[in-house]
Design a protein around this ligand. Structure first.
Ligand SMILES: *Cc1c(COP(=O)(O)O)cnc(C)c1O
Length: 250
């Protein structure tokens, strides 16, 4: 938790916070010689009560990220009258695949073929498709989800059999450390993996997007090539739940 992140309550709060993040994204993009338009901001609304989520949507947010399926499904129901879609950014158990297939637009944490298969089966039954990002463990930590980098090429080769899944690119969580250099290494590894995949098998990686960076490190991520940053606290305010609730330690 970080005291710098005040709780956003009003439309003006959300507009100001999102604009501040976008400004810093644009600065980071320019430092790297990139266009700010190549970076999408995905606001992450996990733990935020639905009344405040509705205000955020009123401020113009059209897609929201949630880590846990049940919470996302509940908020989807509670905002069904509004124009918003949902991205699941957290680890998925196969027994939740049907829920994801029923309402989500995007799933950013694909890291096992069993999950791909379960999603595909449910999506076909529902007559839907799903945009997916393959999650890679770039920090070599046992406690994090995502596949080891060396397994990525084989995994990408298997995905075209699941026709309802639209591969958009790769996703990662950097090491949680104040050491910026080590954070940057995680992001540059994901970019290198994307570049290699593009060279070896360009049809398998979609647009080759890179979802990386959160409130504490999104500027580094943009400098390293992020096309999507997932930002919660810097927009909604500090969370009281510790991050270990979302990334169980080993
Ligand atoms: C919560 C979460 C984020 C955003 O973290 P903040 O610190 O709130 O910006 C990004 N990615 C994933 C997978 C998350 O669960």
């Amino acid at each position: 938790m970080d005291e710098r992140y005040a709780t956003a309550v009003t439309v003006a709060d959300f507009t100001r916070n999102a604009a501040a993040v976008r400004l810093r994204i644009a600065d980071a993009a320019r430092r790297a010689g990139r266009s700010p338009h190549d970076v999408t901001l995905l606001p992450v609304s996990k733990t935020v009560p639905t009344d405040r989520v509705r205000v955020a949507i009123d401020s113009g947010m059209r897609m929201l990220g949630e880590n846990k399926v049940q919470e996302a499904l509940r908020k989807h129901g509670e905002t069904a009258d509004l124009d918003v879609s949902w991205s699941i950014i957290g680890h998925l158990q196969t027994n939740k695949a049907r829920d994801v297939a029923s309402f989500a637009t995007e799933f950013q944490a694909l890291d096992r073929l069993r999950v791909a298969e379960a999603l595909d089966r449910r999506l076909r039954a529902a007559g839907r498709t799903l945009d997916v990002f393959v999650q890679v463990n770039t920090s070599a930590e046992d406690s994090k989800f995502g596949m080891p980098p060396e397994e990525l090429p084989t995994f990408l080769e298997a995905l075209p059999s699941y026709e309802t899944l639209r591969v958009r690119g790769l996703m990662t969580l950097a090491l949680l450390t104040p050491d910026d250099a080590r954070v940057r290494e995680c992001f540059s590894l994901l970019r290198a993996l994307r570049d290699r995949a593009r060279e070896d098998a360009p049809d398998l990686i979609g647009a080759g997007e890179l979802s990386m960076g959160m409130s504490g490190d999104y500027e580094i991520a943009v400098e390293e090539g992020a096309t999507c940053v997932r930002v919660g606290q810097a927009i909604f305010g500090a969370r009281s739940l510790p991050d270990s609730h979302y990334w169980p330690e080993g």
